[in-house]
Design a protein around this ligand. Structure first.
Ligand code: GLC
Length: 434
């Protein structure tokens, strides 16, 4: 009998502790911020750090096994003379993006903001001496752009960060590290970031996967997440861990993959009910890479944005700023071109959610109120069949000029007919449904 009671208590206790792990209740501000985040649909990712000077992407330090003490000497030459936060924000705003996500400290371990907790930062260790995050925060506030902050959980330069599966050749001497001091260091920096730079739209974590071969490694995320939500309840937390979201997270992130696709092999996680965001590079690299001029065409970029929206996700499109502080000219040009398209078609993207007709090879649908936007991205015929049975179509027009689109109903759905095969980058048909 006693044994049964103990078993029961144990099971009950486990049940309790599982539910205690799922204890996060987002605040009202947070829920509102999630809605706004989803309405905004489009952000620009900026990967900028000392690695820009090496011009081979942000992973060079570990890929080339660069010693962290040698690497740190880059800081003494970091002087991005052409950096102008306002010019960045203007170029980004011109694309129609509503937020920026900036790398405050990437895996290399260098802080791009003024921090009391490490001298290895842009103000104390470089001749530039300017707080990049501060200047960006001010420019964002001035131009009505939200600021999200990328923060790396892993660090290839700190002795107290316990060795993970990357950054083993950078000369750190202590495989075990010193987790309590490292954890405290991160929380101190996060406190600075959430205190000194005004409202932060989101903290975007990366690097969790570095410890996925150390069984039992505990990142102590709940306490860290709690700290962030305490400092700024509306700040969204996302973690690029490639897993289904953990308790305490507010958005789900996909890397280089639209939700549900897993072409790059990094995003096989199931799709949660949280707001979704997918990040992608404009060329092939996150950090500036001189030899990579392989920028995606404006058509590809627009298609990616539209497909993300049709899959109910935001797009976070990356640009890697140059060591001189400018955004690459090709990127600026693309931002402008996407912006021209967004000026005309933004209404079919902003504020929408994935539409009731699931994504198909021909394209996707987005939806807002009683309007269903059919985004035809590639069609071989002069007609398109939509398996739309639950709602009645009252009206169909071409979004770009309001001209009527012929449609007929059958018991399986609706047939749209065109005089020509649609050729636009995105031929949007607006359906009024009831
Ligand atoms: C990866 C990379 C990193 C990049 C990130 C962006 O996790 O480690 O360099 O910042 O993806 O999604």
């Amino acid at each position: 009998m006693m044994k049964h009671v103990i078993t029961f208590l144990l099971l009950f206790g486990m049940g309790l502790s599982t539910s205690a792990q799922n204890s996060y209740r987002p605040s009202a501000e947070n829920i509102k911020a999630r809605e706004e985040f989803q309405d905004n649909k489009f952000g620009i990712f900026l990967h900028w750090g000392l690695y820009a000077m090496l011009a081979t992407g942000e992973w060079t330090m570990t890929n080339k096994d660069l010693n962290y003490q040698e690497y740190a000497k880059l800081a003494g030459g970091f002087y991005p003379s052409k950096f102008n936060a306002e010019r960045w924000v203007e170029a980004i705003k011109a694309s129609g993006a509503k937020y920026i996500c900036f790398t405050t400290r990437h895996h290399e371990g260098f802080s791009m903001f003024d921090t009391r907790y490490s001298d290895y930062n842009v103000v104390k260790a470089t001749p530039f001496k300017r707080d990049i995050v501060k200047e960006l925060a001010d420019a964002c506030a001035k131009h009505g752009i939200k600021l999200h902050l990328y923060y790396s959980h892993l660090d290839w330069a700190r002795e107290d960060y316990p060795w993970g599966r990357t950054g083993r050749g950078t000369g750190r001497s202590n495989p075990k590290g010193d987790w309590p001091t490292y954890y405290q260091f991160m929380n101190n920096q996060l406190t600075e970031l959430l205190t000194n730079y005004g409202p932060i739209g989101a903290v975007w974590f990366d690097g969790w996967w570095d410890q996925d071969q150390n069984p039992g490694f505990d990142w102590e995320l709940p306490r860290q997440y709690e700290l962030i939500h305490r400092l700024q309840p509306a700040c969204l937390i996302g973690n690029n861990h490639h897993q289904t979201p953990f308790d305490g997270e507010d958005i789900q992130i996909f890397e280089r993959d639209l939700p549900g696709e897993n072409k790059a092999g990094l995003s096989g996680q199931s799709i949660s009910r949280l707001p979704l965001e997918t990040c992608e590079t404009m060329n092939g690299m996150w950090g500036y890479k001189m030899t990579d001029q392989n920028y995606k065409s404006v058509k590809t970029l627009i298609h990616y944005l539209v497909k993300a929206a049709g899959k109910n996700a935001n797009l976070l499109m990356n640009v890697g700023p140059q060591p001189d502080g400018e955004l690459p000219a090709v990127a600026v040009q693309r931002l402008k071109e996407v912006g021209e398209w967004m000026k005309q078609y933004g209404e079919t993207i902003y504020g929408t959610r994935g539409g009731m007709v699931a994504p198909h090879d021909w394209g996707v649908t987005t939806q807002k109120g009683n309007k269903l936007y059919v985004h035809i991205l590639s069609l071989q015929d002069k007609a398109l069949f939509l398996p739309l049975t639950e709602r009645k179509v009252k009206k169909a027009i071409l979004f770009k000029d309001g001209s009527p689109v012929r449609f007929s109903k059958s018991k399986n759905g609706v047939l749209l007919e065109f005089s020509e095969i649609p050729q636009d980058i995105d031929c949007v048909v607006e359906l009024v449904i009831e």
